[in-house]
Design a binder for this molecule. Structure first.
Ligand code: 1HE
Length: 260
C-alpha cells in the first residue's frame, strides 16, 4: 500500500469531514496500483463520525491519471482485472459511506478525470484543464470513465476528447458539466470544504438517498423510476429527523431559502 502517496485528515468540531489528499506530486499524483488500492481501503475504513469528504491533489495538478510506468505487457485477462480493480476502488468513492467533493486544479486527465467523475460534486479552480489522453496513448479508459463521463457531458463530447486529444479549460469544463463550480485559482479546496461542511449538516438519510437512490432512479425507465422515487420519499419523510426539521421550519426556527 503506497500510504506515503495519500493522506487522510479528519477535521471539524465533530470529526465530520474527511480530507483526502493525493501526495505524489513528484509524479503529478499519477495513480499506480498501490494508490488505487489505498483509495479503496481508505473509503472502506472511514471513521463512523465522517459525514462528507473532500479529495484534492498536492502540487500543481489534481491528478495525471494512470501511472504509465506500470502499463506493462498485460494479457487480456490481466488487463480486465486491472480495470476491475479501478472499478472496485472508484465504486467505493461513488457508492461509499459519504458524499465526496473533488477540489480540482491543474491537470485532471485520464484516470484523474475518472476519479473526479466518481465524486459527487466537482469544484474546479481557473487553472484546471481536462483531457483524456488515452486516445493518443493507444489505450482506452478503464476506470469507469466510459460509464461516468458520458453521464456528465454526453458520449459525443467524450468521444471527441479521445479522438482528437481535445483539452477543455476550466471555463469550458464548467460550461459542459465537468464541474459544477468554477472558482478563482487557489480557492477550490476552501470552497469544497465549505460545501462539505454544509452537506455534513444534512440529514444522513437525505445524503444517502442522493448518493444511492438518485443515480439509480435516473437510470430506470420512467415508470420504475417514479415508483422507486415514491418509496425513497416515503422512507425519508417518515424519519424522525425529517419531521423535526419540517417542524423547525413551520415554527420559524429554520432558515428560509435565500435568493441567490
Ligand atoms: C507520470 C505521469 C503519468 C507525469 N504516469 N508518470 N496520463 C497521461 O497521459 C498524462 C501524462 N502526463 C502529462 O501529460 C503531464 O505530466 C502533466 C500535464 C500531467 C503535467 O505536466 P508537468 O510538466 O507539470 O509534469 P511532467 O514534467 O510531465 O511530469 C513530472 C514527472 O511526473 C515526470 O517524471 P520524471 O521522473 O521525469 O520527473 C513524468 O514522467 C511523471 N508523470 N504523469 C507516470 N501519468 C484506468 S485507465 C486510465 C488511463 C489513463 O489515465 S491514460 C492517461 C495517462
Amino acid at each position: 500500500m503506497s500510504s506515503e502517496d495519500i493522506q487522510l485528515e479528519i477535521c471539524g468540531a465533530h470529526n465530520e469531514i474527511a480530507v483526502i489528499r493525493l501526495t505524489r506530486q513528484k509524479k503529478r499524483n499519477a495513480l499506480n496500483d498501490g494508490l488505487i488500492l489505498a483509495i479503496r481501503n481508505l473509503f472502506d475504513n472511514l471513521p463512523a463520525t465522517v459525514r462528507a469528504a473532500v479529495i484534492e491533489g498536492e502540487g500543481e495538478h489534481f491528478c495525471a491519471g494512470l501511472d504509465l510506468s506500470e502499463l506493462q505487457e498485460r494479457d487480456a485477462g490481466q488487463g480486465m482485472q486491472h480495470s476491475r480493480m479501478w472499478h472496485a476502488a472508484l465504486e467505493r468513492v461513488q457508492f461509499g459511506p459519504v458524499p465526496v467533493i473533488a477540489a480540482l486544479h491543474g491537470a485532471v486527465v485520464g484516470g484523474g478525470l475518472e476519479l473526479a467523475s466518481a465524486c459527487h460534486i466537482r469544484v474546479a479552480d481557473e487553472s484546471t484543464f481536462y483531457a483524456l489522453p488515452e486516445g493518443s496513448r493507444g489505450i482506452f479508459v478503464g476506470g469507469g470513465g466510459a460509464v461516468r463521463i458520458p453521464r456528465l457531458i454526453g458520449a459525443a463530447r467524450m468521444a471527441d476528447m479521445m479522438f482528437t486529444g481535445r483539452v477543455y479549460n476550466a471555463q469550458d469544463g464548467e460550461r459542459i458539466g465537468l464541474a459544477q463550480y468554477l472558482v478563482p485559482t487557489g480557492s477550490a479546496f476552501a470552497r469544497a470544504f465549505e460545501l462539505a461542511e454544509r452537506i455534513a449538516k444534512n440529514a444522513p438519510l437525505t445524503n444517502y438517498a442522493l448518493m444511492h437512490a438518485l443515480p439509480r432512479i435516473a437510470e430506470q425507465p420512467a415508470d420504475q423510476g417514479l415508483f422507486t422515487e415514491a418509496m425513497m420519499a416515503a422512507i425519508a419523510q417518515s424519519a424522525p429527523e425529517a419531521k423535526e426539521r419540517v417542524r423547525d421550519f413551520l415554527e420559524g426556527r429554520a432558515a428560509k431559502v435565500q435568493k441567490a
